[in-house]
Design a protein around this ligand. Structure first.
Ligand code: PLP
Length: 395
């Protein structure tokens, strides 16, 4: 038995991440698992189908990272995809045209676009609701949806949805509960502990963590759904490249170290943002004033490293702030080693259109920070300097 299989049940997710696939190479006993780039595999004799035959169906490097992520989440196994969107779309293949999927009204803009566009073509029906609103949830479940997608914390307002409560409601209607866990990773939140059916990651973000791979993963709680999703992944051809999987596995090894430090720095940035007069409001689940604070304390192991905040003075202030901000890159995405600042209304969420933006509470004064690995004081100095300049420009 390979060492990575020994005692796995008792391992913490950090140990699983570090040791996944180690010493599994039977050719040379390499400590790190090798990278298999080959697209095809020889049959040892006529009619004897090997474990791997064709790269779209399966690949050893891909399978190591899929299983590692599933073990970290506490799921059965994970299907790796070429993007987070591909993982979401793969999950939605489970829906028939008459089926309803309930989704957050403030979900990631790409998820919103996918659901709305495919629903318009009749692939399924979608109901976008505020999942923090009990009455809206109750009404949505009355229609017996086939699936509910949660994104908690949500992107970009970091609203927290009570996973346990949704699972209890979903049981009564046999609704499949799927959680997009991209914002926290299994190091900070384990949705399977609350009884969900599937967990999705844009591995592009914290899982890979180095902003050099676009990827996704769909992890299921049981074998049957995994087998079905793996079949569809081959059928559609959403598989990522082996090299991307290799890089992602390398990123996973340091997930704990990265997450811990980035989260610690984020809390320091939040303190400064909260105390500055240019800032109208800070959205961060670690703040007692945050509407989801108590739920986050219960279901998360930390508040995470994402912060959103609203500047006084709307888009004019945003322009001045961003132009005066050092260190941070003005860019989309999140979860990498580098700190980023994004303006959701004109960047990540612009595809939603003005009405949906208003409904989701995404104003033109809203900015989103992905806290990176830089020195905390350098980041604080940059933020304070840009906030001060916003104040003087407004005067
Ligand atoms: N889910 C969330 C929460 C995201 O933030 C994103 C992208 O930003 C995605 C899914 C889509 O992932 P990808 O860009 O890897 O397709």
């Amino acid at each position: 038995m390979a060492k990575d299989d020994q005692g796995k049940k008792n391992w913490n997710e950090t140990t699983i991440a570090v040791r996944a696939g180690l010493e599994s190479d039977e050719s040379y006993n390499s400590v790190m698992p090798p990278l298999y780039m080959s697209t095809n595999y020889a049959f040892s004799s006529f009619g004897e189908v090997p474990v791997y035959d064709y790269g779209r169906v399966g690949n050893p490097t891909r399978d190591v990272v899929g299983k590692a992520l599933a073990d970290m989440e506490g799921g059965f196994n994970g299907v790796m995809t070429s993007s987070g969107m591909a993982a979401l779309d793969l999950m939605f293949t489970h829906l028939d045209p008459a089926d309803i999927i309930v989704a957050p009204h403030d979900c990631y803009g790409g998820t919103y676009r996918l659901l709305r566009s495919k629903a318009a073509k009749g692939h399924y029906k979608v109901n976008f609701i505020d999942q923090t609103d009990d009455a809206a949830l109750k009404a949505a479940f009355e229609a017996k949806p086939k699936m509910i997608l949660l994104e908690t914390p949500s992107n970009p307002l970091l609203r927290i949805v009570d996973i346990e409560k949704v699972v209890a409601m979903a049981k009564k209607t046999e609704t499949l509960v799927v959680v997009d866990n991209t914002f926290l990773s299994p190091f900070l939140q384990k949705p399977f502990d609350f009884g969900v059916d599937a967990v999705i990651h844009s591995t592009t973000k914290y899982i890979n963590g180095h902003s050099d791979v676009i990827g996704g993963c769909l992890i299921t709680k049981d074998e049957e759904l995994y087998t079905d999703m793996r079949w569809w992944n081959n059928c559609i051809g959403y598989a990522p490249s082996p090299f991307d999987c290799y890089l992602t596995l390398r990123g996973v090894r340091t997930l704990n170290a990265r997450m811990s430090r980035q989260q610690e720095t984020a809390a320091k940035l939040v303190d400064y943002l909260c105390s500055h007069e240019s800032v109208e409001k800070v959205f961060y689940p670690g703040l007692e004033s945050h509407a989801g604070y108590e739920i986050a304390k219960r279901q998360q192991k930390g508040a995470g490293a994402m912060i959103s905040f609203e500047l006084k003075g709307g888009e004019k202030s945003v322009r001045s702030f961003v132009n005066n901000l050092d260190v941070f890159s003005l860019a989309e995405s999140l979860g990498g080693v580098e700190s980023l600042i994004a303006h959701p209304a004109t960047m990540t969420h612009r595809g939603m259109g003005p009405e949906a933006l208003v409904e989701a509470g995404i104003s033109h004064g809203l900015l989103r920070i992905s806290t990176g690995q830089e020195d905390a004081q350098d980041l604080i100095d940059a933020l304070v300097c840009a906030l001060d300049s916003t104040l003087s420009n407004a005067a």
